[in-house]
Design a binder for this molecule. Structure first.
Ligand code: NIG
Ligand code: FE
Length: 390
């Protein structure tokens, strides 16, 4: 992960939506159009974990935590995820499209050209489908690749609190088949955590999803360990995400598998927690580590992968080159796209980001400033984006 190749005075040739050639400017093949770049050109960043479809921000949760109430206590009192669920259920698809459009534009303006987006604030069939349709519509309307993930198992909805088995059954037997039938998701995720979904329930849901052609992902070992990393590896999931409470066996399981460890350092910082995932141990064991924003209204309201990269260095002990790998090729692998994007290499998707900096390491340094000055997706320059977050 620490081996990134840095070229100076380089040129990149695009052909349609693909990269055709990269190398020293002197040896570049002739081209009918040239664009000079001032700064550092990176592969488009890939954000493999967001919950970008939501209604209002959760400002009260934020302040309650400041006053000492824990994330799980807020959730148990009906705040947390369930507050966003009430909100999303009550909004129209058009309203959610308008809100999410601005949020995706903000992610793109910070260099994310491929973004995974989860449902999970509906927790009933129609509201889950509504969120997934929002993702589909915006993927078709904006110059960005959105990878939709069904997260119907984000929480047990209030109407099933007395009968969780019935909700798991609903997810497996009705929601997953409907989502697959309508072609609205590529992946399926579960919040596997004590107090949310057990490893046995997570296994049942991911197995049903895989039977319907959806790739597995898992919110694993976030706040308390429950063997989520081991389960993700055993099921051949694309990724196990969070991992602040991963066990030694979980580290070994990920290292021995193709499942990517997706780490979300902004989440722990925003929750005011000291714990962070053991990135160094994962990397040294041989696991593939990626980074993501976890963009969501409860635990990580940031649209900036460069901010997350800086936190990767300062909070997770990762090297600059490692955090670049973690938001490009490894993040692509967390979405099953490593053969298609995440590198500036011939044949890859022509998604490119310019950082207006002198030294490439500055992309993971200017904490919170937007260093991204230009973005190309599928070979075309993106118009300047004026993101409005509300
Ligand atoms: O990844 N951990 C579960 N899901 C989100 C939180 C979502 C929320 O609080 O709204 C996360 O942190
Ligand atoms: Fe998440």
């Amino acid at each position: 992960m620490a081996e990134v190749e840095v070229l100076r005075d380089a040129a990149v040739l695009l052909d349609g939506n693909r990269i055709a050639w990269v190398g020293p400017r002197k040896g570049a093949p002739p081209s009918d159009r040239a664009v000079e770049i001032a700064g550092v050109l990176f592969p488009g960043f890939i954000d493999p974990h967001t919950h970008a479809v939501f209604g209002a921000p959760r400002l009260d949760d934020h302040e309650r935590r400041a006053l000492g109430v824990d994330y799980k206590a807020i959730a148990a009192a009906g705040g947390g995820i369930l507050q966003s669920v009430r909100d999303v259920r009550s909004r129209s698809e058009a309203d959610l499209v308008a809100l999410t459009r601005a949020r995706i534009a903000a992610l793109l303006a910070h260099g994310s050209t491929t973004i995974e987006v989860k449902s999970g604030y509906g927790l009933e069939l129609e509201a889950e489908l509504k969120q997934l349709r929002v993702i589909k519509r915006l993927g078709g309307a904006l110059p960005v690749t959105l990878i939709p993930t069904f997260l119907g198992a984000h929480e047990i909805p209030p109407e099933y609190r007395g009968n969780r088995a019935a909700y798991v059954q609903l997810v497996c037997e009705e929601m997953i088949p409907a989502v697959a039938r309508e072609g609205l998701a590529v992946c399926c995720d579960v919040f596997c955590e004590p107090g949310v979904f057990t490893p046995a329930e997570s296994r049942a849901i991911l197995t049903a999803a895989q039977r319907h052609g959806l790739a597995g992902k898992l919110h694993a070992d976030e706040l308390e360990g429950s063997g989520g990393a081991e389960l993700a590896a055993e099921l051949g999931a694309l990724s196990a995400d969070h991992l602040a409470s991963i066990s030694d066996a979980g580290v070994r399981a990920l290292a021995a598998s193709a499942t990517v460890a997706v780490l979300l350092p902004a989440t722990m910082v925003f929750l005011g927690k000291r714990a962070q995932a053991p990135a160094r141990r994962l990397i040294e064991a041989g696991a593939a580590v990626a980074l993501a924003t976890d963009y969501n209204p409860g635990t990580s309201p940031t649209v900036s992968l460069p901010l997350v990269m800086a936190l990767g260095v300062s909070q997770l002990g990762m090297r600059h080159a490692e955090v670049v790998t973690a938001v490009t090729i490894n993040a692509a692998a967390a979405l099953g796209l490593a053969a298609d994007r995440g590198q500036i290499a011939a044949g890859c998707m022509a998604d490119l980001v310019v950082a207006g900096v002198e030294d490439w390491r500055e992309v993971a340094y200017w904490l919170g400033a937007n260093v991204v000055s230009a973005v190309w997706t599928a070979g075309s320059a993106c118009p300047p984006l004026v993101p409005l977050l509300s």
